[in-house]
Design a protein around this ligand. Structure first.
Ligand code: SF4
Length: 329
């Protein structure tokens, strides 16, 4: 009888919060909870580790647009698809820093720099290093997303003062090859390993609405939750269908409630991580955003553009946050 009770206690996520030994069965059980029970559980845990009325806001800037050799089916920047996107070479450092200053003035605490590469060359990286140093001098946290990294490159970014490296796993290991074939899931994990070894914080999440099964959502979160250290930041994107890409048609199979449930499960699995609403947030109603914040989302990408997809104006975001009594930090 005693042994039975001990087993039950271990499997209660509210009594043993920070774990990296989740099973697929446990994650599926969370997804299967009645919606109100799931949200209650997620929100209870959320309050234990965070002030639920405070969210973190990042601004993201694309500093090199298009002509990417990778073939991510959702992405308008891939050279494999004809999306009519205006391509741009790598920006100059001063131009990037001007945008960073504006981001700080409009309330962002973190500035993210994205470049459409499979991975940076060492020469490209030198320029990004100057951008990172400049962003830090302005007084913002710095994050970059540059694709696959080598160990020495992660080290160089750390020495420049970088705080976060973003590298999403996109989807589950099993569904990965349906979305991207120019690299594999392990390539992605290898870069995350280099980032961790360099002492950088990890920003790593995925995309919902790619046509994945519910099981894929559970498996994607399982990989994140079972990392030896949870990613400090977990961006959950909603697919933004882009004309000319293989995923140009919206996938009706994603019900908005399933998106909220994914946020809630991420919150339960990674209680101390910042769970971020990012790509696709402009497609959500304000009520849905409020529900996501209640479920445990506590970070947003702020600004009218997210890489190449639409964002929300700071004015509109500020009005919603004020209505909800939520402040940015
Ligand atoms: S998501 Fe990134 S790696 Fe994939 S095609 Fe787009 S820019 Fe390239």
């Amino acid at each position: 009888m005693q042994a039975c009770l001990a087993t039950k206690k271990e499997s209660n996520p509210l009594e043993n919060d920070i774990r990296n030994d989740w099973t697929l069965e446990e994650v599926n059980e969370l997804f299967a909870l009645p919606f109100n029970d799931l949200l209650f559980k997620a929100h209870t845990l959320y309050r234990k580790y965070f002030n639920p009325n405070e969210i973190q806001a990042s601004t993201i800037l694309n500093v090199k647009t298009g002509s990417c050799p990778e073939n991510c089916s959702y992405c308008g920047q891939s050279a494999h698809f004809n999306t009519g996107l205006k391509k741009e070479p790598l920006w100059e450092v001063d131009d990037v820093l001007e945008k960073a200053r504006y981001a700080k003035e409009t309330g962002a605490s973190r500035f993210c720099i994205g470049a459409a590469w499979r991975g940076p060359t060492d020469k490209d990286l030198d320029k990004v290093v100057e951008m990172v140093k400049g962003v830090k001098e302005i007084g913002l946290e710095a994050c970059v997303t540059l694709g696959l990294l080598k160990g020495h490159q992660a080290q160089k970014l750390k020495e420049a003062g970088l705080d976060f490296y973003n590298h999403n796993i996109d989807t589950s290991p099993g569904f990965y090859s349906k979305i991207i074939t120019t690299r594999n899931f392990d390539d992605r994990m290898e870069t995350i390993g280099h980032v961790r070894n360099a002492g950088l914080k990890v920003c790593c999440g995925g995309i919902i609405g790619l046509g994945e099964a519910e099981d894929d959502r559970a498996n994607m979160l399982l990989v994140l939750a079972n990392m030896s250290t949870h990613p400090e930041s977990v961006p959950i994107n909603r697919l933004v269908p882009i004309e000319g890409t293989p995923l140009e048609h919206d996938n009706d199979s994603l019900h908005p409630i399933d998106f909220v449930k994914t946020i809630a499960v991420a919150r339960i699995l990674m209680p101390k991580s910042r769970v971020r609403l990012t790509g696709g947030r402009h497609m959500f109603s304000e009520e849905m955003q409020a529900l996501c914040f209640f479920a445990g989302a506590n970070s947003i990408h702020y600004g009218e553009k997210l890489l190449i997809t639409p964002g929300i104006t700071p004015e509109k975001d500020n009005a919603l946050l004020a209505r909800l009594g939520i402040v940015t930090m």
